[in-house]
Design a protein around this ligand. Sequence first.
Ligand code: FES
Ligand code: FES
Length: 78
Amino acid sequence: TEAIIAQKAPYPVDVSAGRKYFWCACGRSAKQPFCDGSHEGTGITPLAYTAEADRTLYFCGCKQTGKAPLCDGRHNAL
Ligand code: FES
Ligand code: FES
């Protein structure tokens, strides 16, 4: 099974240094951009990401990024 597009734009999130986030790689979560367990049965698993600093990050919403879990601009070509 393949990742589906949650939205063709990133999700800005204010992350906290040292905190771990689980990015939804499958596109099925209702709590985008993070995993809510809806990947079950797809064979896709979330990607753990630990923030290094307090800042705003842009998590990929299209799930096609080459720099997961962050947006690399690829959504512009969709
Ligand atoms: Fe998408 Fe868990 S719901 S990876
Ligand atoms: Fe996926 Fe930008 S939202 S690459």
